[in-house]
Design a protein around this ligand. Structure first.
Ligand code: AMP
Ligand code: MG
Length: 329
Protein backbone atom coordinates (compact mmCIF):
# COMPACT_ATOMS: atom_id res chain seq x y z
CA UNK A 1 0.00 0.00 0.00
CA UNK A 2 1.25 3.48 -0.86
CA UNK A 3 1.07 5.90 2.06
CA UNK A 4 0.36 9.48 1.08
CA UNK A 5 0.89 12.57 3.21
CA UNK A 6 -1.60 15.33 2.35
CA UNK A 7 -2.00 18.81 3.74
CA UNK A 8 -5.44 19.59 5.13
CA UNK A 9 -7.68 20.97 2.38
CA UNK A 10 -11.36 20.60 1.61
CA UNK A 11 -10.39 17.90 -0.86
CA UNK A 12 -8.16 15.88 1.49
CA UNK A 13 -10.81 16.12 4.24
CA UNK A 14 -13.48 14.71 1.91
CA UNK A 15 -11.10 11.96 0.80
CA UNK A 16 -10.39 11.15 4.47
CA UNK A 17 -14.08 10.82 5.30
CA UNK A 18 -14.56 8.57 2.29
CA UNK A 19 -11.63 6.35 3.32
CA UNK A 20 -12.85 6.16 6.92
CA UNK A 21 -16.41 5.33 5.91
CA UNK A 22 -15.08 2.57 3.64
CA UNK A 23 -13.41 0.97 6.66
CA UNK A 24 -9.84 2.30 6.30
CA UNK A 25 -7.60 3.66 9.03
CA UNK A 26 -5.72 6.92 8.48
CA UNK A 27 -3.25 9.17 10.29
CA UNK A 28 -4.76 12.34 11.74
CA UNK A 29 -3.33 15.40 13.51
CA UNK A 30 -4.58 16.48 16.93
CA UNK A 31 -3.24 19.11 19.33
CA UNK A 32 -1.64 16.39 21.53
CA UNK A 33 0.00 13.79 19.24
CA UNK A 34 -0.92 12.30 15.84
CA UNK A 35 -3.66 9.67 15.97
CA UNK A 36 -4.45 6.54 13.95
CA UNK A 37 -8.19 6.84 13.36
CA UNK A 38 -11.03 4.51 12.38
CA UNK A 39 -14.82 4.79 12.60
CA UNK A 40 -15.70 3.58 16.10
CA UNK A 41 -18.81 1.70 15.03
CA UNK A 42 -16.99 -0.47 12.46
CA UNK A 43 -15.41 -3.51 14.16
CA UNK A 44 -13.35 -4.53 11.11
CA UNK A 45 -11.87 -1.02 10.78
CA UNK A 46 -11.13 -0.83 14.50
CA UNK A 47 -9.36 -4.21 14.37
CA UNK A 48 -7.05 -2.78 11.69
CA UNK A 49 -5.78 -0.18 14.17
CA UNK A 50 -4.56 -2.93 16.50
CA UNK A 51 -2.97 -4.82 13.58
CA UNK A 52 -1.22 -1.77 12.12
CA UNK A 53 0.24 -0.73 15.49
CA UNK A 54 0.89 -4.17 16.92
CA UNK A 55 -1.13 -2.97 19.91
CA UNK A 56 -2.09 -5.35 22.75
CA UNK A 57 -5.76 -6.33 22.41
CA UNK A 58 -6.62 -5.24 25.97
CA UNK A 59 -5.55 -1.60 25.54
CA UNK A 60 -8.68 0.43 24.65
CA UNK A 61 -8.97 3.39 22.28
CA UNK A 62 -10.27 6.92 22.79
CA UNK A 63 -13.35 8.04 20.80
CA UNK A 64 -12.90 11.50 19.27
CA UNK A 65 -15.92 13.67 18.43
CA UNK A 66 -16.54 17.23 17.21
CA UNK A 67 -17.52 19.97 19.64
CA UNK A 68 -21.24 19.96 18.78
CA UNK A 69 -21.58 16.18 19.02
CA UNK A 70 -24.13 15.03 21.61
CA UNK A 71 -22.11 12.94 24.09
CA UNK A 72 -25.36 11.43 25.41
CA UNK A 73 -25.45 9.35 22.24
CA UNK A 74 -22.31 7.50 23.36
CA UNK A 75 -22.13 7.60 27.16
CA UNK A 76 -23.96 8.12 30.47
CA UNK A 77 -23.04 11.46 32.07
CA UNK A 78 -23.46 10.54 35.74
CA UNK A 79 -22.10 13.61 37.56
CA UNK A 80 -22.83 17.33 37.12
CA UNK A 81 -19.17 18.34 37.49
CA UNK A 82 -18.64 16.84 34.02
CA UNK A 83 -20.50 19.80 32.47
CA UNK A 84 -18.15 22.22 34.27
CA UNK A 85 -15.12 20.31 32.98
CA UNK A 86 -16.51 20.28 29.45
CA UNK A 87 -17.14 24.02 29.62
CA UNK A 88 -13.70 24.82 31.02
CA UNK A 89 -11.37 22.51 29.12
CA UNK A 90 -12.95 21.27 25.92
CA UNK A 91 -12.27 21.26 23.05
CA UNK A 92 -8.79 20.38 24.29
CA UNK A 93 -6.37 17.76 25.61
CA UNK A 94 -8.79 16.21 28.13
CA UNK A 95 -10.18 12.67 27.75
CA UNK A 96 -13.13 11.71 29.94
CA UNK A 97 -13.93 8.10 30.84
CA UNK A 98 -17.69 7.42 31.12
CA UNK A 99 -19.99 4.43 31.43
CA UNK A 100 -20.47 3.40 27.79
CA UNK A 101 -23.77 3.07 25.96
CA UNK A 102 -21.92 0.58 23.74
CA UNK A 103 -22.59 2.43 20.50
CA UNK A 104 -18.84 2.37 19.98
CA UNK A 105 -17.92 -1.25 19.33
CA UNK A 106 -16.35 -3.55 21.90
CA UNK A 107 -13.25 -3.96 19.72
CA UNK A 108 -12.46 -0.32 20.61
CA UNK A 109 -13.30 -0.54 24.32
CA UNK A 110 -11.76 -4.02 24.62
CA UNK A 111 -15.02 -5.34 25.97
CA UNK A 112 -15.03 -2.96 28.95
CA UNK A 113 -18.01 -1.12 30.44
CA UNK A 114 -16.44 2.31 29.93
CA UNK A 115 -15.70 4.53 26.95
CA UNK A 116 -13.04 7.27 26.84
CA UNK A 117 -14.14 10.37 24.88
CA UNK A 118 -12.20 13.41 23.72
CA UNK A 119 -13.05 16.58 21.81
CA UNK A 120 -9.80 17.71 20.14
CA UNK A 121 -9.19 21.43 19.58
CA UNK A 122 -6.94 21.04 16.52
CA UNK A 123 -8.74 22.97 13.77
CA UNK A 124 -8.14 20.45 10.98
CA UNK A 125 -9.15 17.58 13.22
CA UNK A 126 -12.36 19.42 14.24
CA UNK A 127 -13.20 19.92 10.55
CA UNK A 128 -12.66 16.23 9.86
CA UNK A 129 -14.80 15.16 12.83
CA UNK A 130 -17.55 17.59 11.85
CA UNK A 131 -17.65 16.21 8.30
CA UNK A 132 -17.58 12.63 9.57
CA UNK A 133 -20.13 13.24 12.36
CA UNK A 134 -19.35 9.85 13.90
CA UNK A 135 -17.03 8.83 16.75
CA UNK A 136 -13.50 8.37 15.43
CA UNK A 137 -11.54 6.00 17.65
CA UNK A 138 -7.81 6.57 17.70
CA UNK A 139 -4.68 5.75 19.67
CA UNK A 140 -1.37 7.47 18.95
CA UNK A 141 -0.16 6.80 15.39
CA UNK A 142 3.08 4.99 16.26
CA UNK A 143 4.09 1.34 16.33
CA UNK A 144 3.26 -0.07 19.76
CA UNK A 145 5.92 0.83 22.40
CA UNK A 146 7.63 3.42 20.16
CA UNK A 147 7.70 7.17 20.83
CA UNK A 148 4.45 8.94 19.89
CA UNK A 149 4.50 11.02 16.67
CA UNK A 150 4.10 14.80 16.68
CA UNK A 151 4.54 15.41 12.94
CA UNK A 152 3.09 13.73 9.83
CA UNK A 153 6.63 12.64 8.92
CA UNK A 154 6.98 10.82 12.27
CA UNK A 155 3.78 8.88 11.45
CA UNK A 156 5.15 8.07 8.00
CA UNK A 157 8.43 6.80 9.48
CA UNK A 158 6.52 4.23 11.58
CA UNK A 159 3.55 3.34 9.34
CA UNK A 160 4.71 3.75 5.72
CA UNK A 161 3.04 1.06 3.59
CA UNK A 162 0.47 0.18 6.24
CA UNK A 163 -2.09 2.99 5.84
CA UNK A 164 -3.33 4.88 2.76
CA UNK A 165 -3.24 8.44 4.09
CA UNK A 166 -1.74 10.74 6.69
CA UNK A 167 -3.40 14.13 7.05
CA UNK A 168 -0.70 16.72 7.68
CA UNK A 169 -1.84 19.31 10.22
CA UNK A 170 1.63 20.57 11.19
CA UNK A 171 3.54 19.94 14.38
CA UNK A 172 1.32 19.17 17.38
CA UNK A 173 1.13 22.13 19.73
CA UNK A 174 0.65 20.07 22.91
CA UNK A 175 3.22 17.34 22.39
CA UNK A 176 2.13 14.73 24.95
CA UNK A 177 -1.04 12.61 25.06
CA UNK A 178 -4.25 13.90 26.64
CA UNK A 179 -5.01 13.74 30.33
CA UNK A 180 -7.29 10.71 30.88
CA UNK A 181 -9.81 11.45 33.63
CA UNK A 182 -12.23 8.90 35.05
CA UNK A 183 -15.56 10.70 35.64
CA UNK A 184 -17.63 7.68 36.67
CA UNK A 185 -17.20 8.40 40.41
CA UNK A 186 -18.15 11.31 42.69
CA UNK A 187 -14.58 12.60 42.58
CA UNK A 188 -12.78 12.57 39.23
CA UNK A 189 -9.56 10.56 39.04
CA UNK A 190 -6.60 11.08 36.72
CA UNK A 191 -5.67 7.79 35.03
CA UNK A 192 -3.01 9.33 32.78
CA UNK A 193 -1.42 12.73 33.45
CA UNK A 194 -1.23 15.30 30.67
CA UNK A 195 -1.62 18.96 29.81
CA UNK A 196 -4.85 19.38 31.79
CA UNK A 197 -3.35 19.16 35.27
CA UNK A 198 -4.68 17.97 38.62
CA UNK A 199 -4.62 21.62 39.75
CA UNK A 200 -6.76 22.64 36.75
CA UNK A 201 -9.35 19.92 37.47
CA UNK A 202 -9.42 20.86 41.17
CA UNK A 203 -10.05 24.49 40.26
CA UNK A 204 -13.27 23.52 38.47
CA UNK A 205 -14.48 20.48 40.43
CA UNK A 206 -13.01 21.19 43.87
CA UNK A 207 -11.28 17.83 44.13
CA UNK A 208 -9.28 15.46 41.96
CA UNK A 209 -7.55 12.16 42.70
CA UNK A 210 -4.62 10.58 40.92
CA UNK A 211 -4.81 6.84 40.27
CA UNK A 212 -1.89 4.90 41.62
CA UNK A 213 -0.74 2.02 39.50
CA UNK A 214 1.09 -0.47 41.67
CA UNK A 215 2.56 -3.75 40.51
CA UNK A 216 -0.16 -6.43 40.41
CA UNK A 217 -3.07 -3.95 40.65
CA UNK A 218 -6.09 -4.35 38.43
CA UNK A 219 -5.53 -1.15 36.47
CA UNK A 220 -8.38 1.00 35.30
CA UNK A 221 -6.49 2.51 32.36
CA UNK A 222 -4.91 -0.55 30.73
CA UNK A 223 -2.48 1.53 28.67
CA UNK A 224 -0.45 2.51 31.68
CA UNK A 225 0.88 -1.00 32.29
CA UNK A 226 2.69 -1.32 28.96
CA UNK A 227 6.15 -0.26 27.89
CA UNK A 228 5.76 3.00 26.11
CA UNK A 229 7.25 5.89 24.23
CA UNK A 230 10.65 4.25 23.71
CA UNK A 231 13.13 5.61 21.16
CA UNK A 232 15.17 3.11 19.15
CA UNK A 233 18.49 3.94 20.82
CA UNK A 234 19.73 3.20 24.33
CA UNK A 235 18.49 5.46 27.10
CA UNK A 236 19.28 6.32 30.70
CA UNK A 237 17.57 8.58 33.23
CA UNK A 238 19.36 10.60 35.90
CA UNK A 239 18.19 12.95 38.65
CA UNK A 240 19.13 16.65 38.65
CA UNK A 241 21.62 16.11 41.50
CA UNK A 242 23.69 13.62 39.49
CA UNK A 243 25.57 16.11 37.30
CA UNK A 244 28.95 14.45 37.90
CA UNK A 245 27.52 10.97 37.26
CA UNK A 246 25.97 12.21 34.01
CA UNK A 247 29.34 13.58 32.88
CA UNK A 248 31.00 10.24 33.78
CA UNK A 249 28.37 8.27 31.84
CA UNK A 250 28.81 10.60 28.86
CA UNK A 251 32.60 10.15 28.97
CA UNK A 252 32.22 6.37 29.21
CA UNK A 253 30.29 6.29 25.93
CA UNK A 254 32.70 8.69 24.24
CA UNK A 255 35.57 6.39 25.17
CA UNK A 256 33.72 3.49 23.54
CA UNK A 257 33.52 5.59 20.35
CA UNK A 258 29.77 5.94 20.80
CA UNK A 259 27.70 9.07 20.47
CA UNK A 260 25.97 10.17 23.68
CA UNK A 261 23.41 13.00 23.86
CA UNK A 262 22.16 14.62 27.05
CA UNK A 263 18.44 15.47 26.98
CA UNK A 264 17.34 18.07 29.53
CA UNK A 265 15.62 21.43 30.03
CA UNK A 266 17.39 24.76 29.36
CA UNK A 267 18.14 25.30 33.03
CA UNK A 268 19.98 21.99 33.39
CA UNK A 269 21.68 22.50 30.01
CA UNK A 270 23.79 25.27 31.57
CA UNK A 271 25.76 22.50 33.32
CA UNK A 272 26.67 20.81 30.06
CA UNK A 273 28.30 23.40 27.83
CA UNK A 274 30.20 21.79 24.97
CA UNK A 275 28.31 18.49 25.34
CA UNK A 276 25.95 16.97 22.71
CA UNK A 277 22.58 18.28 23.83
CA UNK A 278 18.90 17.72 23.15
CA UNK A 279 17.52 20.84 24.79
CA UNK A 280 13.83 20.50 25.68
CA UNK A 281 13.34 24.21 26.38
CA UNK A 282 12.37 26.29 29.36
CA UNK A 283 8.70 26.17 30.36
CA UNK A 284 6.54 23.14 31.16
CA UNK A 285 4.52 23.74 28.00
CA UNK A 286 7.62 24.03 25.83
CA UNK A 287 9.19 20.89 27.33
CA UNK A 288 6.00 18.87 26.74
CA UNK A 289 5.81 20.15 23.15
CA UNK A 290 9.43 19.19 22.43
CA UNK A 291 9.76 15.90 24.34
CA UNK A 292 8.78 13.36 21.67
CA UNK A 293 10.35 15.37 18.85
CA UNK A 294 13.68 15.39 20.71
CA UNK A 295 13.44 11.65 21.49
CA UNK A 296 12.76 10.91 17.81
CA UNK A 297 15.57 13.25 16.72
CA UNK A 298 17.82 11.62 19.32
CA UNK A 299 17.24 8.04 18.16
CA UNK A 300 18.60 9.05 14.73
CA UNK A 301 21.78 10.78 15.88
CA UNK A 302 22.63 9.24 19.26
CA UNK A 303 23.75 5.82 20.50
CA UNK A 304 22.45 6.74 23.93
CA UNK A 305 20.13 9.47 25.20
CA UNK A 306 21.05 10.42 28.75
CA UNK A 307 17.89 12.09 30.05
CA UNK A 308 17.63 14.30 33.13
CA UNK A 309 14.53 14.37 35.33
CA UNK A 310 12.26 17.42 35.65
CA UNK A 311 12.52 19.87 38.61
CA UNK A 312 9.29 18.60 40.23
CA UNK A 313 6.11 16.61 39.54
CA UNK A 314 3.64 19.46 39.77
CA UNK A 315 1.40 20.67 36.95
CA UNK A 316 2.43 19.49 33.49
CA UNK A 317 5.72 18.19 34.92
CA UNK A 318 3.78 15.17 36.24
CA UNK A 319 2.79 14.09 32.72
CA UNK A 320 6.29 14.81 31.38
CA UNK A 321 7.88 12.81 34.22
CA UNK A 322 5.54 9.90 33.57
CA UNK A 323 6.66 9.79 29.89
CA UNK A 324 10.34 10.30 30.75
CA UNK A 325 10.30 7.35 33.16
CA UNK A 326 8.65 5.07 30.59
CA UNK A 327 10.76 6.15 27.63
CA UNK A 328 14.15 6.49 29.31
CA UNK A 329 13.85 5.02 32.82
P1 AMP B 1 -2.95 6.07 23.32
O1 AMP B 1 -3.54 7.36 22.88
O2 AMP B 1 -2.21 5.33 22.27
O3 AMP B 1 -2.06 6.26 24.54
O4 AMP B 1 -4.15 5.14 23.79
C1 AMP B 1 -5.29 5.59 24.48
C2 AMP B 1 -5.16 5.42 25.96
O5 AMP B 1 -6.38 5.90 26.54
C3 AMP B 1 -5.05 4.00 26.44
O6 AMP B 1 -3.72 3.59 26.55
C4 AMP B 1 -5.72 4.01 27.80
O7 AMP B 1 -4.76 4.30 28.79
C5 AMP B 1 -6.69 5.16 27.71
N1 AMP B 1 -8.08 4.67 27.61
C6 AMP B 1 -8.81 4.47 26.50
N2 AMP B 1 -10.03 4.00 26.79
C7 AMP B 1 -10.10 3.89 28.13
C8 AMP B 1 -11.09 3.46 29.04
N3 AMP B 1 -12.29 3.05 28.64
N4 AMP B 1 -10.80 3.46 30.35
C9 AMP B 1 -9.60 3.88 30.77
N5 AMP B 1 -8.61 4.31 29.98
C10 AMP B 1 -8.84 4.31 28.67
MG1 MG C 1 0.09 5.62 22.48
Amino acid sequence: MITKIEKITEESLLKSVELLKSGEVIGIPTETVYGLGAVGTMPSAVKKIFEVKGRPADNPLIAHVHKDYDLNKLVYIEHDYVYELLKAYTPGPLTLVFKSKKVVCEEATCGGETLAVRIPSHKGCQSLLKLLDMPLVAPSANLSKHTSPVTAQHVYNDLDGKIPLILDGGKCSGGIESTVLDVTEKVPRILRAGLITKEMVEKVVGACLIAEHKEGDKVKSPGVKYKHYQPKCQTALFSREQIEEIKKEYKKYKEQNKIPFIMCDSDMAKNFEGYNLLNLGETEEEIARNLYEKLLEGEKIADIIIAVEMPNEKGIYLGITNRLKKSCG
